[in-house]
Ligand binder design. Structure first.
Ligand code: ATP
Ligand code: AH0
Length: 358
């Protein structure tokens, strides 16, 4: 099938879109990719919703308004690809993730997107897993496994988005995964509040600062790091602890300490053996300070995923195209070793476009 995958990640920067041809097990080929950036006003409204999410009612009018606007932006991203497709995979915008209380919340009006694209839209990828006691995230590991089918193992794939997550692929076929800790999210927040910039371009600020080891130790004392995998995170999990740990630091030293936090948390992830290499996707692979700290934390090569021909910006969008086909075929999206769910777990729902005149 030809699927268009759509991902709007926790950094709230916009929508990534990608075409993929797949049967949901093997990848036949990749097609064009595109990114549609959210306008500042939308980003601000989504951020307000993210901050307010724990107290929001499901029927909140701002949720309904933004769900429709998010679907409109995704329809524009689909149009940018200008490609024929059989279906769409629509992750939606996560505003809350609280699997301990069996809640995960991705907003986005799938019926509206199906109507606008005139294609079936697979969506709501995480709820079934969470309802069955799983973490509901990360969902990218089965896609990583398909992508890396012919690569030497053991292999570690790390994604550094707003939150960071890893997939460990063992030589015996083992697939282990978890969210490791913060990605760029806290660093983005820090840079935005101190300089007004959206992010620390290429890690320049972090690279010119000094890591405060005592503050880093305080951040690594979060109980999340003592938990066994599988485990997953809300985008705002570390906010209170980070506010204390960065208090009074210069903008450069705060950035350096937060970049080191991201890398240290990845290096602390529970994996069974040292991998042959580490492949890094997501915007964090462009942050030289994070990449340098990762290279310090591991004794094996740490490279952007482009080293094996993957597209580090489009990977998550491609993943949701792949998973959309798995939704259509009723195949599992998660495993006990990736989300902690009791058995391999199908999930997602399909929104079908209305038939004209029906
Ligand atoms: N040139 C760059 N230098 C440093 N950081 C960058 C650069 N380009 C992007 N980033 C970082 O990458 C972030 C976006 O990453 P990405 O698109 O992978 O996140 P996401 O998909 O929204 O998040 P998640 O994977 O958590 O859902 C930006 O917010 C920024 O912090
Ligand atoms: C709840 C949620 O949206 N989680 C995201 C987030 O962004 C990165 C990390 O945290 C990961 O767990 C997940 O996204 C990727 C695509 C995943 O499910 O694999």
């Amino acid at each position: 099938m030809l699927a268009i995958g759509l991902m709007s990640g926790t950094s709230l920067d916009g929508v990534d879109a990608a075409l993929i041809e797949t049967d949901g097990e093997r990848i036949v080929r990749f097609g064009p990719t595109a990114t549609l950036f959210y306008e500042d006003a939308l980003r601000v409204r989504l951020r307000a919703l993210l901050d307010a999410a724990p107290k929001l009612a499901v029927g909140d009018p701002e949720v309904a308004r933004l769900s429709r606007i998010v679907a409109d932006r995704h329809a524009e991203a689909v149009a940018l690809l200008a490609s024929r497709a059989d279906l769409v995979g629509f992750h939606g915008q996560t505003i809350l993730h609280d699997p301990a209380n069996r809640r995960t919340w991705q907003i986005g009006d799938a019926a509206h997107l199906a109507h606008k694209t005139r294609l079936p839209v697979a969506h709501d990828f995480r709820s079934a897993d969470v309802a069955s006691g799983g973490e509901g995230a990360p969902l990218v590991p089965l896609f990583h496994a398909a992508l890396a089918a012919d690569l030497p193992k053991p292999l570690l794939v790390a994604n550094i988005g707003g939150v960071a997550n890893i997939t460990f692929l063992g030589a015996d076929g083992t697939i282990l995964a978890c969210d490791t800790g913060p990605g760029n999210g806290p660093l983005d927040d820090w840079v935005r509040s101190h300089t007004g910039a959206d992010y620390d371009k290429d890690g320049a600020l972090a690279g010119s600062g000094r890591v405060h080891r005592d503050r880093l130790d305080a951040l690594m004392a979060d109980p999340y790091f003592a938990r066994q995998a599988p485990k997953s995170l809300d985008r705002l999990h570390f906010s209170a602890r980070i506010a204390v740990a960065t208090d009074g630091l210069s903008v450069e030293d705060g950035a350096a300490t937060l970049a080191a936090f991201t890398a240290t948390a990845i290096a602390a992830a529970p994996i069974p053996v040292v991998p042959k290499r580490i492949l890094v996707s997501g915007g964090g692979r462009r942050n030289a300070a994070i990449m340098a700290a990762l290279r310090d934390g591991f004794s094996v090569p740490v490279e952007p995923v482009e080293a094996v021909g993957w597209d580090g910006d489009a990977l998550e969008a491609q993943c949701f195209g792949f998973l959309a086909v798995r939704v259509a075929r009723g195949l599992p999206l998660s495993l006990p070793t990736t989300t902690g769910v009791a058995r391999p777990m199908p999930g997602g729902r399909l929104a079908k476009p209305a038939i004209p005149g029906a």
